[in-house]
Unconditional design. Structure first.
Length: 253
């Protein structure tokens, strides 16, 4: 399929990405990426073995029309050492519409939170003009309540709020698997339980914040891939509301 017997190597590849996630998320992320890539005509997604954390390792390669697979029919799954599926680009991206959580990610998220804390310290104060593009409606709905309840439970200690948020930002176990945020052994209480609030009310808001962040629009940069998870409870997932939900980024009670 993808490997030319003539030249003995993969032909026409125009890029690739790798992630540990679930299959629906990977198809979604790779489809979005292929749609953005001008020369991508199809992508091939390989599914590896489960990792020690119980997640799946996936890799997508993006190809142009010069690849051998673009010139001959391909039957899925392609025979390989790992399971390999090929997705051709049509006139439209035939995937479920991705409902993204419109919030800043990475360094921009840290800046947005930094804009929010002074407003909590000084009731009635307004954000700086430079903060306004980052303080989106979704940020106010899904991120700000988590920051606010953490701030209140730590009696206005900016240091403790920062420690909690930095711990959550650096937890590698948080992924597209809803179990990593909503399950019994979730990363919030398992990895950051000694740095973040423990009340059920605040924990619920923190989980919603993380579901929103990981459900943001996919971003590819030097630090890797962020966002792209189907966390709006509009699709069936073990720990989210049964589909169709209302898109509120909440764990099941």
């Amino acid at each position: 399929g993808l490997v030319s017997k003539v030249i003995g190597k993969i032909a026409g590849q125009v890029g690739s990405i790798e992630m540990e996630t679930t299959k629906p998320e990977m198809v979604q992320v790779c489809g979005e990426k292929c749609e953005e890539e001008k020369y991508c005509k199809f992508f091939a997604m390989s599914q590896g073995v489960f990792t020690s954390a119980g997640k799946n390792y996936f890799k997508c390669g993006f190809f142009n029309e010069t690849s051998i697979a673009a010139q001959h029919p391909v039957t899925n799954p392609v025979s390989n050492v790992v399971q390999l599926s090929v997705f051709h680009k049509g006139d439209k991206l035939l995937l479920p519409e991705f409902k993204e959580c419109n919030v800043p990610v990475g360094d921009d998220l840290k800046i947005a939170v930094g804009c929010l804390i002074p407003m909590m310290l000084m009731q009635g104060s307004k954000p700086l003009p430079s903060c306004l593009p980052l303080l989106t409606e979704d940020f106010s709905t899904y991120i700000a309540p988590a920051v606010s309840c953490t701030f209140q439970e730590f009696y206005g200690s900016e240091t403790k709020v920062t420690e909690c948020l930095e711990c959550l930002a650096n937890v590698s176990e948080i992924s597209c698997d809803s179990d990593s945020i909503c399950g019994e052994r979730n990363a919030v209480t398992n990895e950051c339980g000694n740095k973040c609030p423990k009340s059920p009310q605040c924990l619920s808001k923190i989980r919603t914040s993380l579901l929103c962040q990981t459900g943001s629009k996919p971003v590819w940069n030097k630090d890797g891939t962020s966002g792209g998870c189907l966390n709006a409870d509009l699709f069936p997932k073990k720990y989210l509301a049964e589909s169709p939900g209302n898109g509120d980024y909440k764990c099941l009670d």
